[in-house]
Design a protein around this ligand. Structure first.
Ligand code: ADP
Ligand code: MG
Length: 702
């Protein structure tokens, strides 16, 4: 049977060579099969005509209208402006009112094609412009030309160029219909039993339905099927790779719990572990004893105590004769981790070093020595750890804090530090919903610290405008007098954003002037590390009661005396960033506050976003809300995920239930037929083989 995959799109009725090359260039559609897989994003009704009068009235009442069509003729055409500003205005009437049709591109072509006094059908989205009814870039056809196509049809994703060249939704619809009428069958790579169990339609009916819907229920079922298919393919692929990797990849065997872990646990542990911390340590231990390489993500909200968990896992590695490293995204954070670990472990005689970009050469040399001879047990650092000059005697565990800051390729370099790759523990306080984690992190095992240490009081969060600043400042004097500390955060300084630096410095001066009684420290990303450290230290030690900063303090910084977080221009931050920043306070016993100071005038969307922050302190709920509003592609960390192909119809943010279904179905299938050798699964195996192979084997990388 001739597969539609082998039919060049130019041979589909109504396409031809010119349109074919356009479709290939603009949308990557090359075959008849590609065309069928190009799904509509909505539907329009071409079986009825609107009247200009009624459309005008509706728009005047503020009613938003979809694309509509009118039948009538042009009264006149005028070409206005010149060069790039040139536009064509055609005055159109259907006898009930007039409407301006406007073209900004292809002006000459349109002008020579269209005539006055001849009957046309115009189709497009109507709008009001200075109280005049308008349609820009409408599709214009003679009623005869489209007589056969006057029915409901899909609205297809298109580019401007395609539209300009007359390749519109109606054209695609006609082409798709001719294909569907030819009654060629598509191969269904989802096994029949799976479809039956999931109660989903087969591929032929789903494709027909999505292009030519028969009704809302059948359309919904068809869309479900197509979403399921995408997700099922991804999940099967990921699970299969992950199972193979687990079966094959040798890992360092670490069965012992010895003097490091036990000694710390009994003599130095500063507090009782939370139940969640204990559980996660147990999960990690099980991995380290399995003889396979650990590849585990620990998600835990800000302040849930991930550092301690990481530290105790590192002690387990030490107990088995290995070294461990902890990599953090910023120097401030690395330095702080080193200080924390030193504080907890110096009495135990632990060899601990800190390596960052600003470590002097002599010290580097000593560190290199200590790492090779094994006298350094744990090294904390930034990207500097990844350099080729850093070699270990026997690295057994690599912990990566706040992983979204590191690229996939960078992290992969850790693997080469040992003959047998070390166990990898990735920690993130930017939780992503579990269903999404399953997909973007592939085969990473996920642990969740879903409990905060006892005694934390929720951080009271308020949204205020800049006009409220004087009142806010008045309240802060009392906090300072009570010995508490305050963060004031301004948007990030980017290499190119000189303006931001100006506003940051101005903000700093304003704070200095407003709080004569307090020391004010100041840090931003473009400062020299030594200067940064000195400023941070002043704040941490209480010499400065206020820290004016950019988002360099976003992750991890821990000053328990800080009780107030003020975020200026809060509207310019993403939700997960705001959540991270807020997590800098509420770390001690005192009640803490977060005040989001935004512009007076906010768009409805921005206000809604900021109100999520005032409504909840749960990082998972915030991540979910963020994703619903912005889409998963924008969530930090997911862009670098290893999706094997682009999703066309499924949405990782919104189709959580479907992701779960697809994953369960994939797991069941692989349980029964791990290598997909059964005849019923043959097509699935072929489909998986043809998935675009990316440069990196993403299943291997955390
Ligand atoms: P995060 O998960 O955000 O990295 P940290 O590891 O920085 O959180 O911990 C936040 C604070 O909670 C630290 O001051 C830490 O000492 C403290 N902490 C951690 N675990 C516990 C616990 N079990 N009981 C009390 N305090 C804890
Ligand atoms: Mg942390």
């Amino acid at each position: 049977m001739l597969s539609l995959r082998n039919v060049d799109i130019q041979y589909v009725k109504g396409i031809g060579p010119a349109r074919a090359s356009l479709l290939a260039a603009e949308l990557g559609l090359r075959t008849a099969y590609d065309l069928l897989r190009h799904y509509p994003t909505g539907y329009v009704d071409r079986s009825t005509f609107a009247t200009a009068r009624a459309v005008f009235d509706s728009l005047c009442r503020g009613v938003e209208l979809p694309s509509i069509q009118l039948k009538g003729h042009f009264i006149s055409f005028t070409v206005q402006g010149e060069g790039a500003k040139m536009r064509l205005v055609g005055l159109f009437t259907d006898g009930t009112a007039t409407m301006e049709c406007v073209w900004f591109r292809g002006v000459r072509a349109m002008r020579s094609r269209l005539k006055t006094g001849v009957e046309y059908v115009v189709f497009g989205k109507p709008s009001l412009f200075s109280h005049i009814l308008q349609m820009s870039h409408p599709e214009v056809d003679s009623p005869q030309a489209i007589a056969g196509d006057m029915q409901a049809h899909g609205v297809y994703p298109l580019t401007e160029k395609l539209r300009q060249r007359g390749v519109n939704s109606r054209v695609l619809h006609a082409a798709v219909r001719s294909l569907l009428d030819s009654r060629k069958h598509l191969e269904d790579f989802i096994p029949k039993e799976v479809l039956a169990a999931e109660n989903l339609p087969d591929i032929d009916s789903a494709i027909r339905e999505v292009h030519m819907p028969g009704g809302t229920d059948t359309l919904a079922a068809a869309r479900d099927r197509l979403k399921f298919e995408e997700l099922f393919l991804i999940q099967t692929d990921m699970l299969r790779r992950s199972r193979r990797r687990k079966a094959q990849s040798e890992g360092l065997l670490m069965p012992r719990v010895g003097r490091w872990f036990n000694g710390f646990y009994h003599d130095f542990l500063p507090f009782e572990l939370t139940g969640a911390q204990k559980r996660v340590i147990k999960e990690v231990r099980a991995d380290m004893m399995s003889g396979r390489q650990m590849n585990r993500l620990v998600q835990g909200d800000v302040g849930s105590g991930k550092t301690l968990v990481a530290f105790m896992c590192m002690l387990l590695a030490l107990d088995n004769g290995y070294q461990a490293c902890l990599m953090a995204p910023t120097e401030i954070l690395a330095a702080q981790h080193a200080a924390t670990l030193r504080g907890m472990a110096s009495a135990m005689g632990l060899g601990l070093a800190l390596l960052t970009g600003s470590t002097p050469a002599g010290e580097r040399h000593r560190i290199a020595q200590g790492l090779t001879d094994g006298s350094i047990h744990i090294i904390v650092g930034t990207h500097a750890l990844l350099e080729d000059t850093v070699t270990f005697r026997n690295l057994g565990l690599a912990v990566i804090d706040e992983q979204h800051r590191f690229g996939v390729a960078q992290r992969a370099r850790l693997w080469t530090k040992n003959d047998v790759p070390p166990h990898v523990l990735v920690m993130t306080a930017t939780p992503i919903p579990r269903t999404l984690a399953m997909t973007v992190y592939g085969d990473l095992d996920v642990s969740v610290i879903d409990e905060l240490p006892p005694g934390r009081k929720p951080i009271a969060t308020a949204l205020r405008s800049e006009n409220d600043l004087p009142a806010i400042y008045r309240a802060l004097h009392a906090e300072i007098a009570a010995g508490r500390r305050i963060y004031v955060v301004f948007p990030l300084i980017d290499e190119n954003e000189k303006l931001d630096l100006a506003s940051l410095e101005e903000g700093y001066k304003e704070i200095v002037a407003a709080f004569p009684e307090a020391g004010v420290a100041f840090v931003h990303g473009r400062m020299k590390p030594a200067e940064k450290d000195w400023q941070m230290k002043r704040f941490a030690e209480g010499e400065a009661a206020i820290l004016v900063a950019t988002t360099v303090i976003e992750v991890g910084v821990n000053v328990p005396e800080a009780t107030v977080m003020i975020i200026r221009n809060a509207e310019r931050f993403g939700l997960s960033q705001l959540h991270q920043l807020r997590g800098r306070v509420g770390r001690g016993a005192d009640r803490s506050y977060c005040i989001l100071v935004a512009k007076q005038k906010l768009s409805a969307d921005t206000r809604r976003r900021l109100e999520v922050m005032t409504a909840t302190t749960d990082g998972f709920r915030i991540a979910e809300a963020d994703m619903e509003m912005r889409g998963p592609g924008d969530i930090e960390g997911t862009a670098q995920s290893g999706m094997p192909f682009e999703l066309h119809i499924a949405n990782l943010a919104l189709d959580g239930v479907m992701i779960g279904r697809a994953r369960a179905a994939a797991a069941a299938l692989l349980d029964a037929d791990p290598e997909l050798t059964a005849t019923a699964n043959r097509r699935l195996a072929v489909a998986l083989r043809s998935l675009a192979v990316k440069g990196i084997d993403w299943s291997k990388i955390s």
